[in-house]
Design a protein. Structure first.
Length: 416
């Protein structure tokens, strides 16, 4: 079963990552990438069917009724989900969520750390191939120039920020496994690498995010700072701890509410300042909501960004891409998918806070924060942490089942 899942997953990641590079300039390769994604979809479907069949066989041995079996309920749940996503893909003309959902469902029974470990190697190898290929002119290294911005290298990707975002998520996977503070040598290596990438790409938001993460995880490793943090944590009262937990658990809710509040208050000077600091992301989100509206199953929108074209000045007048994941999901995929996404990430935040240490909680929080300025939240070929939704949802379902069983037992005792 593991091999089936990883076959589907590797096919999808390789194809989708390479679709965001200049390898698509080769017509044959572009077609191969599309075929690989569909094969991945089919292989993942085989894994899901096999899992359901195995569960059905176990239940059949126990003589559980068909209507009350967990396998039947799962099948119906999957059917409803695929129907909703199918309708959404027809409306938006975007099948991405169908592929992602099938991969997530197919990951049932897989350990997240195992998926993440393999992904770290896979993503690193793919990035090496892409950058080396652009260095030897196998694929173009797009150069971007606009106004006072220096020459920006895309390093084989369709746009500089795509490359930088990939670097950041690879770094976050490394930190997830390290699960401890950075040493002096690691901090120095991370910042040197970050600076070199910045000099080539001039991607400022990615540079700042990468640098701040490395600095924080280096500073907290210092004995004096660590001792001070422990003392400060012990002095914090229960109310403050609950407040902090609430902020963490519902971070996606607060980020979404903050984004939409900023969109509403765009005319205010303070909002304009925030918009400028976030390189016009708030205004573009507000424009998209105003121009396309918000619908139940999303919109069929031809997003126009800078990717794949070096003539950015000519695109400025028609540029309408939404960089914030939360705004993009709402406008592109609709209210229903947006609400489901927010609900699942709230469950996931709670699950990680209860089951993982502080550093891993910090890393997942960074993913949610970074996706406020980049549309990568639901892109499983970039954001591997999406797979954490599966154990989080399973825990939630099992918890509800156990609660229902306890209620039935208490009810029977009362009757008895």
């Amino acid at each position: 079963m593991n091999r089936i899942f990883y076959s589907a997953y590797v096919l999808y990641v390789v194809a989708t990552v390479l679709q965001s590079t200049m390898f698509t300039e080769y017509t044959l390769l572009a077609r191969v990438f599309v075929i690989m994604r569909y094969i991945s979809f089919g292989v993942a479907g085989v894994k899901i069917a096999a899992d359901l069949y195995d569960q059905y066989r176990l239940e059949n041995k126990s003589k559980i009724s068909l209507t009350g079996s967990a396998s039947t309920k799962k099948f119906l749940g999957y059917f409803v989900l695929m129907t909703l996503l199918g309708v959404g893909s027809l409306v938006t003309d975007d099948s991405t969520l169908l592929f992602v959902s099938v991969l997530l469902i197919a990951s049932q029974g897989m350990e997240f750390d195992d998926i993440a470990r393999k992904t770290l190697w896979l993503q690193s190898i793919l990035m090496g191939i892409i950058v080396v290929s652009s260095s030897f002119n196998i694929i173009p290294d797009l150069l971007f120039k606009r106004e006072d911005i220096p020459i920006r290298h895309a390093l084989g990707y369709t746009y500089p920020s795509v490359m930088v975002t990939s670097c950041l998520f690879i770094f976050l996977l490394y930190l997830w496994f390290k699960n401890s503070s950075l040493s002096n040598q690691e901090f120095a290596a991370a910042e040197i690498f970050n600076f070199l990438v910045y000099k080539l790409t001039d991607s400022r938001m990615g540079f700042l995010t990468f640098g701040i993460i490395a600095a924080i995880l280096w500073i907290v490793g210092k004995k004096q700072i660590c001792g001070w943090l422990q003392k400060a944590g012990s002095r914090v009262g229960d109310k403050m701890k609950k407040f902090g937990c609430n902020i963490y658990d519902y971070l996606v809710v607060y980020l979404s509410a903050g984004l939409f509040l900023l969109c509403i208050t765009m005319p205010l000077p303070i909002t304009k300042l925030i918009n400028n600091l976030l390189t016009d992301r708030i205004r573009l989100t507000a424009n998209a909501i105003r121009n396309y509206g918000v619908h139940l199953f999303g919109n069929n929108i031809e997003w126009i960004g800078f990717g794949g074209s070096t003539d950015t000045d000519s695109l400025l007048a028609s540029y309408n891409f939404v960089d914030s994941s939360y705004g993009y999901i709402l406008v592109n995929f609709g209210i229903l998918i947006f609400c489901i996404t927010i609900f699942l990430f709230v469950l996931c935040s709670k699950y990680i806070r209860r089951t993982e240490g502080k550093i891993r909680c910090f890393i997942f929080g960074i993913v949610l924060l970074y996706c406020f300025i980049e549309p990568r939240l639901l892109e499983v070929h970039v954001n591997t942490f999406l797979f954490l939704l599966v154990p989080a949802l399973n825990e939630f379902i099992n918890k509800n089942k156990n609660e229902k069983m306890r209620r039935r037992v208490r009810h029977r005792r009362k009757l008895g």
